[in-house]
Design a protein around this ligand. Structure first.
Ligand SMILES: NC(=O)c1ccc[n+]([C@@H]2O[C@H](COP(=O)([O-])OP(=O)(O)OC[C@H]3O[C@@H](n4cnc5c(N)ncnc54)[C@H](O)[C@@H]3O)[C@@H](O)[C@H]2O)c1
Ligand SMILES: O=P(O)(O)OC[C@H](O)CO
Length: 334
C-alpha cells in the first residue's frame, strides 16, 4: 500500500491528505499545533481550518516529523512557501531514502526567486526526477463539500508522475499529468498576483470588463515569464494556467482575491493583513515574481502595480490609471 506524509495541517494540507486517504493511500498528517493534530487524529476534524468537515478515520496526524515520515513513499509539503526552506531543513534528516517530495504550494521564494520545487531539490539534495508538483483550480471551500475538481500532477519522471496521479485520483477529483514542472508551478504562483489585482478592481467597483482584461493580460504576463524560463506555452492554456487563474480571480473563496478586494474597498494594508487569517501567497510572492521577471528582462506591468499597491502604499486608483495610460500597442499573447 502506498504511504504518504503530508506536512501542514492548514486548509490545503488537510484537504489533500483527505483526498489521498480517500484514494486508498495510507496517509499521516504532520502539524506543528498539538491541539489541531489531536482533533484530526481523534475526532477526525480540523476545527480551525475546516470546521464541520468530517475527515476519513484512516487519516492519522502527528506532531512528530519522524513518525509522519516513517516509510513514506510520498512526502507532500503544504506549509506557507516562505517557510519551506527552514522547515524542510529541519525534516531532512528523517526523509526516507527514495521518497518522492511533492510541492502543494503556490509561491516563489523571496530573496532567491526560486520555485518551490527548486527549493526542495536544493534543501533535500534530491534530483528533479524525485520532486513533483500538484497545482490547479483547487479551491478548498468547494473540494471539502465534495464538489468535483481537477488538478495537474507534474514531474519530469513519467512513472513517478503516474504513481502520484493514482495516489490522489478520485471519481470527484480528477488528476491530469504534465511533465512541464516550470509551467505548472509558475501558473500557480503568478495567478495569485493577478487575483490580487482582480480583487482590488472588484473592491473598487470597476466592473467585469476590467476583471476580464486583468485576467487576459495577466495570462499574457504569466506566459511571457514562462517563455523566458523555458516552460511549455501549452501549459498556460491548461488547468494549472488559465484554469487556476479563472478560479482564483473569480471566486469569493480565494484568499488572494479577497485580500485585494479589501484593499480596493479602502481598507489599509494593516487592516487587511489583520483580517486575513490564512495564507494569501501572492502578498509576498508578488515581490519575488517581479524580481524574477526583472532578472529575465520580462515586462509584467500588472505585477508591478500589485507590488506598488500592496507594498509601497500606491492608491488603487493611481494603479488603475497607470495601467490604462500605458502606451497603446498591438495585442499579443505572450
Ligand atoms: N487553500 C487552498 O485553497 C489551496 C489550494 C491549492 C494550493 N494552496 C497552496 O497551499 C499552500 C498552503 O496553503 P493553505 O491554504 O493550506 O494555507 P493555510 O494558511 O490554510 O495553512 C498553512 C499551514 O501552515 C502552518 N504554518 C504557518 N507558518 C508555519 C511555519 N513557519 N512552519 C510550519 N508551519 C507553518 C499553519 O499552522 C497552517 O497549518 C499555499 O502555498 C497555497 O497557495 C492552497
Ligand atoms: O485561496 P487562494 O487565493 O490561495 O487560492 C486557492 C487555490 O490556489 C485556488 O486554486
Amino acid at each position: 500500500m502506498t504511504k504518504a506524509a503530508v506536512f501542514g495541517t492548514g486548509s490545503w494540507g488537510t484537504t489533500f491528505a483527505m483526498i489521498l486517504a480517500q484514494a486508498g493511500t495510507r496517509t499521516t498528517l504532520w502539524g506543528r499545533r498539538a491541539d489541531i493534530v489531536q482533533a484530526i487524529d481523534r475526532r477526525h476534524e480540523n476545527p480551525d481550518y475546516l470546521p464541520g468537515v468530517g475527515l476519513p478515520e484512516t487519516l492519522r496526524a502527528t506532531t512528530d516529523p519522524a513518525e509522519a515520515l516513517d516509510g513514506a513513499d510520498f512526502v507532500l509539503l503544504a506549509v506557507p512557501s516562505q517557510t519551506l526552506r527552514a522547515n524542510l531543513s529541519a525534516w531532512k534528516p528523517d526523509l526516507p531514502a527514495g521518497a518522492v517530495l511533492v510541492s502543494l504550494m503556490k509561491g516563489i521564494e523571496l530573496g532567491t526567486t526560486k520555485r518551490m520545487s527548486e527549493v526542495i531539490c536544493e534543501v533535500a539534495e534530491v534530483p528533479p526526477e524525485r520532486v513533483a508538483v500538484v497545482s490547479g483550480p483547487n479551491l478548498v471551500g468547494e473540494i471539502v463539500r465534495g464538489q468535483p475538481a481537477a488538478t495537474v500532477v507534474a514531474c519530469p519522471d513519467e512513472q513517478v508522475m503516474e504513481r502520484l496521479q493514482t495516489a490522489c485520483h478520485l471519481p470527484w477529483f480528477r488528476a491530469y499529468t504534465n511533465p512541464d514542472v516550470v509551467g505548472v508551478e509558475l501558473g500557480g504562483a503568478v495567478k495569485n498576483v493577478i487575483a490580487l489585482a482582480v480583487g482590488v478592481a472588484t473592491g473598487m467597483g470597476l466592473g467585469d470588463n476590467v476583471g476580464a482584461t486583468l485576467m487576459t493580460r495577466g495570462l499574457a504576463e504569466i506566459a511571457r515569464l514562462g517563455a523566458a524560463l523555458g516552460a511549455d506555452p501549452h501549459t498556460f492554456a491548461g488547468l494549472a494556467g488559465m484554469g487556476d487563474l479563472v478560479a482564483t480571480c473569480t471566486s469569493p473563496l480565494s484568499r488572494n482575491r479577497t485580500f485585494g478586494e479589501n484593499l480596493g474597498r479602502g481598507m489599509t494594508l494593516a487592516e487587511v493583513v489583520a483580517a486575513t487569517k490564512q495564507t494569501a501567497e501572492g502578498v509576498k510572492s508578488c515581490e519575488s515574481v517581479l524580481e524574477l521577471a526583472r532578472k529575465h528582462d520580462v515586462e509584467m506591468p500588472i505585477t508591478e502595480v500589485v507590488v506598488a499597491v500592496v507594498h509601497d502604499g500606491m492608491p488603487p486608483a493611481e494603479a488603475a490609471m497607470l495601467l490604462m495610460s500605458r502606451t497603446p500597442k498591438p495585442e499579443r499573447y505572450g
